[in-house]
Write a new protein. Structure first.
Length: 119
C-alpha cells in the first residue's frame, strides 16, 4: 500500500472513530445512530469533508478507513452483543455518507490548490 493510501486510511479511521468517541459527551448516547436528529449523519459528512481535504486520494481508502475506524472503536470500547454483525451492515451503508463528504473535501482541496492559469 502506498503512503497516500495509508495516510487516507488512517485519517478516515481516526475521524470516524472520533465520531463514536465524542458521541457520549455530545449526545449522551454511546452509539451515534441512536441519537434523535442528525448528529450521526452530520458528523459523517463533516468528518469525511475534513478527511478528504487532508488526504484527497484515494477515495477507496477513505471509505475503508471509515468502516474500519468505526468497527474497531466498537470492538475496543463498546459491549459487543448479538446485533454486532447487523451493525457492521449499517456501518457499510452509513460510511457512504463519509465517502460523500470525503469526495467533496477532496474536490474542494484540488479546486483551491489548483495553480493559477496564465491568461
Amino acid at each position: 500500500m502506498k503512503g497516500g493510501a495509508l495516510f487516507a486510511l488512517a485519517a478516515a479511521g481516526l475521524a470516524s472513530a472520533a465520531i463514536w468517541a465524542l458521541s457520549i459527551w455530545l449526545t449522551g448516547h454511546q452509539e451515534p445512530w441512536d441519537v434523535d436528529g442528525f448528529y450521526y449523519i452530520a458528523s459523517l459528512l463533516s468528518a469525511g469533508l475534513v478527511s478528504g481535504a487532508i488526504a484527497p486520494r484515494p477515495l477507496w481508502a477513505q471509505y475503508a478507513g471509515s468502516v474500519a475506524g468505526q468497527a474497531i472503536y466498537e470492538l475496543l470500547f463498546l459491549k459487543i452483543g448479538p446485533l454486532f454483525v447487523l451493525g457492521l451492515g449499517f456501518l457499510l451503508g452509513y460510511s457512504l455518507l463519509f465517502l460523500a463528504g470525503a469526495f467533496a473535501g477532496s474536490r474542494a482541496r484540488l479546486y483551491f490548490t489548483k495553480p493559477p492559469t496564465a491568461t
